[in-house]
Design a protein around this ligand. Structure first.
Ligand SMILES: *Cc1c(COP(=O)(O)O)cnc(C)c1O
Length: 249
């Protein structure tokens, strides 16, 4: 139904109040990325913004897309898949980020362009099989989630298992190995944040040396973006600073 501009649309009042904030927030985050690139000697445009839209309605994603933002991150598989279908005509790139439940691999392989957070062979194998069953689809872009030796986190591939997993993904017909992603535990100070990101960058350089498709180091969120850029991130995943505080699910 065409909208009638002179009538109040109460159901959408809240959403439209938020959508008007998105363009300014996107611009502010982009400016900040440029400033940090410059400050830390990174080439201009070398850090990509992934807008993390989990829990946010499709209307907000549309508002960000209108500002030229094309890559979006989701970590509830079904919610992201629904948004990707609702906004199909915009040709956005959807990244699944975070932990992958094995019963969601089919849905993820069918609806996303990237998966950031593969940390075991079983998941990689399933994603490859499901992606292969969809004949008109390009290979799925994969970032391995790496866990450093002193991280207590349950998810993430250990540095000891990295080569085996990377080899499998690089050889898989329906997957393309793009790089590493990491979610280090929050650290209070800038130098502590940099220390971890520096180590992740070391592993990224090693991986890049071995596999020619590797070009992505996904690290840094709203709270530690500068440290990640300083240490070589090529992609930062930003939710709160773009879309505001998350909704409860
Ligand atoms: C939610 C989320 C983000 C974004 O976090 P903000 O602090 O809101 O920027 C980034 N990465 C992952 C894996 C997430 O789940």
């Amino acid at each position: 139904m065409p909208s009638t501009p002179n009538q109040p649309d109460t159901a959408n009042t809240v959403t439209s109040a938020i959508t008007t904030a998105v363009p300014a927030a996107i611009t502010a985050v982009r400016d900040e990325i440029s400033r940090f690139e410059q400050k830390h000697g990174r080439p201009a445009g070398s850090v990509e913004l992934l807008a993390v839209s989990k829990t946010k309605p499709a209307a907000l994603v549309r508002a960000a897309a209108a500002e030229g933002q094309l890559a979006f991150g989701e970590n509830y598989a079904d919610e992201g898949a629904e948004k990707s279908l609702a906004l199909k005509e915009l040709n956005l790139l959807w990244h699944y980020i975070g932990h992958i439940q094995s019963n969601k691999t089919k849905l993820i392989a069918g609806h996303y362009d990237w998966v950031q957070g593969v940390d075991r062979l079983k998941t990689a194998r399933r994603l490859n099989e499901h992606r292969g069953a969809d004949h008109d689809k390009e290979p799925l872009n994969i970032c391995i989630q790496l866990k450093l030796d002193d991280e207590a986190s349950k998810s993430g591939c250990s540095t000891a298992d990295l080569n085996e997993l990377a080899d499998f993904i690089a050889d898989a017909e329906h997957l393309t190995l793009r790089g590493l992603m990491a979610i280090p535990a929050p650290r209070p100070g800038f130098s502590e944040q940099r220390e971890v990101f520096k180590e992740l960058h070391h592993w990224f350089e090693r991986l890049k040396h071995s596999y020619k498709t590797v070009d992505t180091l996904s690290m840094g969120m709203s709270g530690d973006m500068e440290a990640a850029i300083a240490e070589g991130a090529t992609m930062v995943r930003i939710g709160t600073a773009v879309f505001g505080a998350r909704e409860k699910r």
